[in-house]
Design a protein. Structure first.
Lengths: 383, 387
């Protein structure tokens, strides 16, 4: 995939125009624990934006990771709570796998925004994992638990379960008998599902992939989702920095704008630096994501580094913005609270900084081994 | 007139891969092993032979135009040349003649000045130091007080410069001097070329934290400088200086030092047997990520250079992140190494964590302190009001 920069610019502008911050609506969605407007999600589907990275054979725009980043950033800027990164991950799952007719229908529903997917691709090793016991005919029976999973409105789940140590990637409709859902509330008003499985059946035509294929597909999808979240956080930082700088230029104390004080100027520069680092990290990872020359270990390392960076930068930016605003920054009513609540959600979804730092480190070590092998080849090419 | 050695080929006509291959082969095949990654600034007596070889080959001035005896490299090729030098661990000499005064003379110098100085710079017969900072003019450089008074065909220079890198290894100095004490700050400054053998100049080395003598004080007592050594107009030295700040600023933020710091840190972790320590691993991962993202930011500015776009005031970001990351890594390596990290065994080179720690202290200060960089960013990029 080599996305045309002009197409990406036009796409970004279109999403930005669509997702202009509407503070009143955002406040209401948060405070009523709605998280997002289902109509808004459907509109993203109608525009084709949900399927921005999906391949052509699924009627996607095929704009790769850069396409997803281009859509996600203005969504983050506009405080949109739609589960965009979940859909990006799902689009990679459906795009990389060989789909049954039934799964093909599910994919079409996700593309149009009619089917909302929850995605569970990476379980925390310290928590009980979803287990899949093979039954005759190619299906599985699920037990155990999975969660947290973004999207309280999920119509079904892309789930990575385990048959012993063998991964099984499957689609589990939310109404499947034996699946019970507990909801938890996130600070931004979104709902997060905790699933429990009690002899829930997965029919053979809902199995997406198993074994190594399931591992590879789910890892690539996870990387794509994580990168989309990082771009959402980047958009969020764009907005927080913008309102904070404006505040520094206009708020007066001691007869001058507080932005004229060097202590606050330097603090503001540090906020900007963190945003710039996240921006460079996100675009570097997105650019390399779809290159055939990028080994998968390097791709995972770059995506986790981008997520760890974007998460810690976003929290830094929000925290500093609160301090720079003074008391008004600590109120529920002021705009900053909306961004902080959203940052708390996205920065932890699919793993927080700490988790991704470790994942980065693991894959960096793997990539180094791969690179040592590959460098012999490139040395040969150079000499 | 023609300058320097004729180039063996049109480098810009080569593919990047081919050019890189040629440069790498030259460096790796010929640069002395013992001079790689030396943790201090070498003197001419140590690495002069290498640069004389480069001069004979016509590779001493990769950044100068062909017609002035340089390699005439376009920005992308120049970056490759620099990257390969860094990759090979080549140490700099007192190369300000190549990087600063050469480009200044090409832009501002009279034909006489070019004829007088450029060939000698290309031959490494002249090595130039930079006389900017003074005891009372550091961050506030424009308050400098070294005076140059016109007397017939000469200026008479009196005053003092400080933090002059390797002044005792230099044959010449380009200096900012005050030529109009009545004018406001920047307006009364001129750009002057001074032969270091002129009577009245005294150089005293300053010993730094690591015990090296890379900086000097330079005293001027009625030093007579020919009027023809004035570059640009009288009292217009500030503009001449500022023209230097475009292209060079990206290199202050090169990821090379922090990348090297990370290697030193990982060796220190291994030496201390802490590879499996969870707290250390998390911190090392963070630093590895800091360096990775520095590289990503660097690439963004390098791409601007390759496209010949203006580099932008936001380039100060690179200096901040590169130098502060390097400092944090080097400080942490010292912590990890513990007591052995600060001990030196007689007869052996100082422990690398300690020398890396010392080396990390300066970069946040020189070439515009990080506080000054933050001031610039706050005003020019973030558009915050003047205080």
């Amino acid at each position: 995939v080599t996305a045309d920069p002009e197409i990406l610019t036009m796409l970004g502008d279109a999403v930005a125009a669509f997702a202009r911050p509407d503070l009143e609506a955002a406040r209401k969605l948060r405070d009523d624990r709605q998280g997002y407007d289902p109509d808004g999600f459907a509109q993203l589907g109608r525009q084709g934006w949900l399927w921005v990275s999906a391949p052509e054979h699924l009627n996607g725009a095929d704009l790769g990771a850069l396409g997803a980043v281009t859509v996600a950033r203005p969504l983050g800027y506009g405080l949109r709570g739609e589960p965009f990164s979940q859909v990006v991950a799902a689009s990679v799952v459906f795009g990389d796998a060989t789909l049954s007719p039934r799964l093909n229908d599910v994919a079409g529903g996700v593309a149009s925004g009619d089917v909302t997917p929850g995605v569970f691709l990476h379980h925390d090793a310290t928590k009980p994992k979803p287990e899949a016991a093979a039954v005759s005919g190619g299906g599985y029976t699920l037990s155990g638990a999975a969660g947290p999973i973004e999207a309280g409105r999920a119509d079904g789940f892309v789930l990575k379960a385990y048959d012993g140590s063998t991964p099984v990637l499957c689609w589990v409709p939310a109404y499947t008998p034996g699946v019970s859902i507990d909801m938890a509330h996130a600070p931004d008003g979104t709902q997060v599902a905790m699933l429990r499985f009690d002899q829930a059946n997965v029919e053979a035509d809902s199995v997406i992939a198993t074994g190594d294929a399931a591992s590879e597909i789910s890892r690539r999808a996870f990387d794509a989702g994580v990168l989309a979240q990082s771009a959402e956080l980047l958009g969020l930082m764009d907005r927080v920095l913008e309102i904070t700088l404006e505040y520094l230029r206009t708020r007066k104390q001691f007869d001058r704008p507080i932005g004229a004080f060097q202590a606050l100027q330097h603090r503001a520069v540090d906020v900007w630096v963190r945003k710039e680092l996240a921006e460079a990290a996100v675009y570097a990872a997105a650019t390399k994501f779809d290159l055939a020359s990028t080994p998968s270990a390097q791709r995972s390392a770059l995506c986790s580094a981008a997520k760890a960076r974007a998460s810690s930068s976003a929290m830094f930016v929000c925290n500093q913005a609160i301090q720079l605003h003074g008391a008004i920054g600590t109120t529920h009513e002021y705009e900053l609270s909306l961004h902080l609540h959203r940052a708390l959600r996205i920065s932890t979804m699919f793993g927080a900084s700490f988790f991704h730092r470790r994942r980065f480190s693991d894959y960096r070590a793997k990539a180094a081994v791969e690179a040592a092998v590959a460098s012999a080849d490139s040395e040969r090419a150079l000499t | 007139m023609t300058f320097g050695v004729e180039q063996e080929r049109d480098w810009n006509a080569l593919s990047d891969v081919e050019f890189r291959r040629i440069v790498r082969a030259e460096f790796e095949g010929n640069y002395p092993e013992a001079l790689k990654n030396v943790p201090y600034r070498m003197r001419w007596s140590e690495n002069g032979a290498w640069y004389l070889r480069m001069a004979r080959k016509g590779w001493i001035a990769p950044n100068w135009p062909l017609e002035y005896g340089g390699m005439g490299l376009e920005p992308g090729k120049l970056l490759i040349f620099i990257e390969e030098g860094e990759r090979c661990g080549i140490g700099r000499f007192l190369d300000l003649g190549i990087h600063m005064i050469g480009p200044v003379l090409i832009q501002w110098g009279t034909p006489e000045q070019q004829k007088l100085f450029l060939p000698e710079i290309l031959a490494c017969e002249q090595r130039w130091c930079q006389g900017y900072s003074e005891p009372s003019a550091g961050s506030d450089l424009a308050s400098l007080r070294t005076r140059a008074t016109r007397d017939g065909d000469e200026f008479v220079v009196n005053g003092q410069k400080i933090w002059t890198t390797l002044a005792d290894d230099a044959t010449h100095m380009f200096a900012l001097v005050r030529t109009d004490p009545g004018a406001q700050k920047q307006r009364g400054i001129s750009f002057l070329l001074i032969d270091m053998t002129t009577p009245g100049i005294e150089v005293r080395p300053i010993r730094d934290l690591a015990g090296h003598e890379e900086f000097c004080e330079v005293f001027f007592d009625n030093v007579r400088v020919p009027v023809m050594n004035l570059v640009g107009e009288l009292n217009a030295g500030w503009s001449v200086t500022k023209s230097l700040l475009g292209f060079e600023r990206i290199f202050i933020g090169s990821p090379k030092l922090p990348e090297y710091g990370l290697v030193v840190l990982e060796r220190a972790v291994a030496a201390a047997g802490l590879e499996a320590d969870a707290a250390v691993s998390d911190q090392v991962s963070q630093f590895a990520m800091d360096v990775l993202h520095l590289r990503d930011v660097y690439e963004k500015f390098a791409e601007r250079m390759r496209r010949r776009e203006p580099i932008g005031d936001d380039v100060s970001l690179l200096k901040l992140w590169a130098t502060e990351t390097y400092q944090a890594i080097a400080s942490y390596a010292l912590e990890v190494a513990g007591e052995p990290g600060v001990l030196t065994t007689p007869g052996e080179p100082s422990a690398e964590v300690l020398s890396d720690f010392y080396r990390s202290r300066g970069p946040t200060i020189f070439a515009g302190t990080n506080e000054i960089q933050r001031n610039i960013l706050a005003r020019k990029v973030l558009q915050l009001p003047m205080s």
